[in-house]
Design a protein. Structure first.
Length: 238
């Protein structure tokens, strides 16, 4: 059997402490279409394992993403599950993995975890007609991904589209601020106002554009050579 990218652990009930039996799902590594749609490991197997127990489940995610269609099916199955689904991101929920995270009744991120969203990508071969088909397909896939983000965050579609366009990375605080997550793991106490962690959003496109703006020669103004030099030095310090 091909290696699965998911694993279930059943947690025994503790009657003395009033803790009911529960299950934990671990999603680690690449969400692979090869293992998802192969003969040995199929969506049917995942669904049967999901439905083999009852009660709330916890889903731990540490994945750089992978096949968007496999992620979509897992998202649908978790959304359709009749009990609470608590998603906990302990490392990275990037790309397709971030879509699965949106299925959580509650989404919690480790204070050192990251989430990344971006536009879908593919490889296409053929003439202009085939390229056009690929472009149209990617546009529709993006719209479907945005549906999951919109349901969870309540952000406008133009805002979500822009965040995907620039490939956005969120730390836990920023993910909570934007609505992609509901809370931060291990955060037992509310921080003081002057101790609140900084919300951080990293955009690959913004960084690239910032660097290009410094590398492309500036249009010279009618200033003395000293004034021109001072202006360039000031820009490079930002």
């Amino acid at each position: 059997m091909k290696r699965k990218f998911w694993n279930w652990i059943r947690n025994e009930a503790d009657e003395e402490k009033g803790v009911p039996e529960s299950r934990t799902l671990f999603l680690n590594g690449e969400i692979s279409d090869e293992t998802w749609f192969g003969y040995e490991v199929t969506p049917k197997l995942f669904k049967s394992e999901l439905e083999s127990g009852d009660g709330d489940i916890t889903v731990w995610i540490n994945s750089l993403g992978g096949d968007v269609f496999a992620a979509a099916q897992i998202y649908n199955m978790l959304m359709d599950y009749p009990h609470n689904v608590t998603v906990k991101i302990d490392g990275l929920a990037a790309s397709a993995a971030s879509v699965i995270a949106m299925a959580g009744t509650e989404v919690l991120m480790s204070p050192v975890a990251m989430m990344m969203i971006h536009n879908p990508a593919t490889v296409a071969i053929g003439d202009a007609g085939e390229m056009k088909k690929a472009i149209d397909m990617l546009a529709e896939v993006k719209e479907s991904i945005m549906n999951a983000y919109e349901i969870k965050t309540g952000l406008s579609r133009p805002r979500i589209s822009h965040l995907m366009d620039v490939e956005s990375w969120f730390n836990a605080t920023k993910a909570v601020e934007l609505g992609f997550a509901d809370g931060i793991l291990f955060d037992a106490q509310e921080p003081e106002k002057d101790e609140e962690p900084e919300a951080f959003l990293f955009s690959r496109m913004a960084v690239t554009n910032s660097m290009l703006s410094k590398l492309i020669p500036l249009k010279e103004e009618k200033k003395t050579p000293i004034e021109q030099l001072e202006k360039r030095l000031a820009l490079l310090k930002h």
